[in-house]
Design a protein around this ligand. Structure first.
Ligand SMILES: *Cc1c(COP(=O)(O)O)cnc(C)c1O
Length: 386
């Protein structure tokens, strides 16, 4: 019998890296900001832009206030507006769809692949044909979400989008650190948006985000929109509509510290994931990661038909877990008026998925316990069925 670990298990772990890095490093960096006084979009944010662009392998990074800001700023730079169709998967965190809706565009929800949980390119093609046939909306952009950190089928999605005159925005809010066929998140689609919210793979201690592009023109537009559409020449002339989208310097300072351990944390996420991949009973269907790709494992998510029962069983045994996401976006109240396509796969997924503890700081004893309890549940179910 594997016994319960002495310390409580976490679904996310926002605290341990502080000990690993050393709290005094954060305090020193905060003191520097208190002394220089550049609190909003100060020198730390510019240093972070350089480091993030280098890490992602993109020409430009523009840090901003959150992942939602990043998505909105990228779409603003493309001039997304009323009358535009923006295709987005429904099996995602609400912000992927909220950003185009805030700009007045119409979200067209696309179904998921049952194994990768990401946007199904076949259903994207179908949705595009439907919009074309209606002839009311302008085909504008695709928001491709890397759900739980696992890259989408970008080759297929980009080909379909470009063939139809659309840009692809990667919602990499959960996938910073992931790799798609040799390319790091940020550098795969036309533009990419990421989030540094505390539960994301690379996390700050509040809200933060970044927009990535290889186009100088797009980067300049994003930077202008981030400060109300300011002209780079005349700061009192706002030449377009924008928003307040700056990152605060304290969050940038946190991220500069967190970047120093990020690759090691990713390695530890792979260590945890590979134990789950190899040792969890086949009763649990695992999220499929595409060939030649690696997930950033924001979450480790399985799906099984007795999800709610499994969730109760794990919680009873002190194992934190969560159903991400229990409602696809098109079924949520504020989005009901765009609930006009059949999306059976994501509706089913929302009833069967479960995310189990995934942090770089789970040790072998923790994992022994989680795996043994999960497999105990599987055995129980299998013997009942036999
Ligand atoms: C977290 C998240 C966002 C939004 O990021 P915030 O920083 O919370 O605004 C957008 N899309 C996805 C898929 C996310 O997981």
């Amino acid at each position: 019998m594997t016994s319960k670990p002495a310390k409580p298990l976490n679904l996310f772990d926002c605290a341990t890296s502080q000990k690993v890095i050393g709290q005094e490093k954060f305090l020193d960096a905060f003191k520097t900001i208190l002394n220089h006084g550049g609190y909003a979009q100060g020198p730390e944010t510019r240093e972070l832009d350089q480091k993030l662009a280098a890490y992602s392998g993109t020409k430009f990074s523009a840090t901003c206030g959150s992942g939602t800001d990043a998505l909105t700023l990228a779409l603003m730079a493309w001039g997304v507006k009323q009358g535009d169709a923006v295709f987005v998967s429904s099996f995602t965190f609400v912000a992927s769809a909220e950003a185009p809706v805030l700009l007045g565009a119409t979200p067209i929800f696309v179904d998921s692949d049952p194994e990768t949980y990401n946007m199904n390119p076949k259903d994207l093609e179908k949705a595009i044909e439907e919009v074309k046939k209606e002839g009311k909306l302008n085909l504008k952009a695709v928001v491709a979400v890397d759900i739980f950190g696992s890259p989408c089928d970008y080759d297929a999605i980009i080909e379909i989008a470009h063939k139809n005159g659309m840009k692809v925005l990667s919602d990499s809010c959960q996938s910073y650190g992931s790799v798609y066929k040799g390319k790091k998140a940020g550098s795969i689609a036309d533009m990419s948006a990421t989030s540094f919210y505390p539960t994301k793979p690379l996390a700050c201690y509040g809200d933060g985000g970044a927009v990535f592009t290889n186009s100088e023109e797009e980067n300049e537009l994003v930077k202008s929109c981030r400060v109300h559409g300011m002209s780079p020449e005349d700061h009192y002339d706002n030449v377009r509509l924008g928003m307040t989208g700056r990152m605060n310097s304290f969050q940038a300072a946190v991220l500069l510290q967190k970047l120093t351990v990020f690759d090691q944390e990713l390695k530890d996420r792979y260590r945890v994931a590979s134990r789950y991949d190899n040792e969890l009973d086949s009763y649990f269907r695992k999220q499929r990661i595409l060939d030649n790709c690696s997930s950033a494992y924001a979450l480790y998510t399985i799906n099984c038909d007795d999800r709610d029962e499994l969730m109760a069983f794990l919680k009873e045994n002190g194992i934190p877990c969560g159903a991400y996401y229990p409602r696809p976006v098109h079924t949520q109240t504020a989005y009901a008026k765009w609930n006009n396509r059949s999306l059976p796969v994501c509706e089913k997924l929302s009833k069967t998925v479960l995310s189990i503890p995934m942090t770089p700081y789970l040790d072998n004893e923790d994992l022994d316990y989680v795996i043994s309890k999960m497999n105990e549940f599987a055995q129980m179910k299998k013997s009942k069925a036999a």
